[in-house]
Design a protein. Structure first.
Length: 345
């Protein structure tokens, strides 16, 4: 008859092995000659093969990881380090396994921190960019205000142009501030929607009139191609921000031509498909899959246009909270269309 202690020990080992296999971290067990004793599925996925009881170096080919294991066996250390492998970043935690105070092996745990690293870099870039984006319009507005005070106020041809430019800089600051407030709300996990029937034509027309002065200063035409009786089920405040972000982007990245906001109802569909199309600089193909990420700014536009890189990410969150989808179709140096769907009222 099996003893209770044996039964409990076998169960403990079974639970332990199952936990290892289900772990999202890679786990490697070595003996003190650096041969593989056991690995879990995640470790095999990281190194793209089964170890077949090779040595650590023969299996991984990673000299840094092998040195970590050697140092642990030689000195009994517990080591935390960072490892780059196949384009991924791992936090490595390794420690010795002892039997009667003698090291008999090593346990290595590899945690994939690639996404955390990417987010850290994105936030770091964001802080640098937002500092620049806030400082630039403030400095420009101050310089123009000082020019007015130093005599340009009496120049009836120059004064209106300077005041107009100051207003543009204030609009930029307002947009940045709103995007930061929206980001804070989204990161809290709360988008409190109040869905009501909204006339889409009137809502979009209001936003287009808001941006018409800026468009006129750039010589752009704003076109509205939405049926006057089309209603959607949406939160008025949040969906207004989507249109504000998209029309703002369209005017910012378009130097000549036109901006058109249109809508159509695909046959037999309960959603309306809305498009915001401009004849601006376009988006490089390699960036089109990333433009809805937080903080992302295309290198193609970064040097010429201020912005937080948040507007499209915020729009995506709001559209998806309404049950819709959002996407992009763009040709570099020709046009960009942002399209999204909203439920019909």
């Amino acid at each position: 008859m099996r003893r209770v202690n044996d039964f409990n020990m076998n169960h403990h080992q079974a639970y332990y092995k199952t936990q290892n296999q289900l772990s999202s971290d890679g786990i490697i067990y070595l003996d003190n000659t650096f041969h593989i004793v056991e690995v879990n599925k995640k470790a095999c996925a990281i190194f793209e093969s089964s170890p077949n009881y090779k040595t650590l170096f023969d299996w991984t080919g990673d000299e840094k990881l092998f040195k970590i294991a050697k140092n642990i066996v030689a000195e009994g250390l517990e080591i935390t380090s960072q490892l780059n492998h196949n384009g991924y970043v791992f936090m490595v935690r390794a420690t010795a396994v002892y039997d009667n105070n003698h090291p008999i092996g090593v346990v290595i745990i590899l945690e994939d921190v690639s996404e955390l690293q990417r987010l850290w870099r994105a936030r770091h870039d964001f802080v640098a960019n937002i500092s620049h984006d806030l400082r630039t319009p403030i400095a420009d507005a101050r310089l123009m205000a000082e020019t007015l005070l130093n005599g340009a106020l009496e120049d009836h041809s120059m004064a209106p142009r300077l005041v107009s430019k100051i207003l543009e800089e204030m609009e930029t600051l307002e947009q940045i501030t709103q995007e930061l407030m929206d980001l804070s709300m989204i990161e809290s996990g709360r988008i409190p929607l109040k869905l009501i029937p909204i006339n889409l034509y009137r809502l979009v027309n209001t936003q287009m009139e808001r941006f018409r002065p800026k468009a006129m200063r750039k010589g752009l035409n704003l076109n509205l191609a939405i049926p006057a009786d089309l209603n959607v089920l949406a939160d008025n405040e949040f969906i207004t921000r989507v249109f504000a972000n998209l029309i703002h982007n369209a005017t910012k990245f378009t130097s000549k031509g036109k901006i058109t906001v249109g809508a159509e109802i695909p046959h037999g569909n309960d959603f309306v498909r809305i498009t915001v199309t401009d004849t601006g600089i376009g988006i490089p193909k390699q960036d089109q899959t990333r433009i809805f990420e937080r903080f992302f700014k295309s290198d193609y536009s970064r040097s010429k246009h201020a912005g937080t890189g948040l507007g499209l990410a915020i729009a995506k969150h709001i559209v998806e909270a309404h049950g819709g989808q959002i996407g992009v179709d763009s040709q570099l140096k020709k046009r960009t269309t942002i399209y999204f769907t909203l439920p019909l009222a």
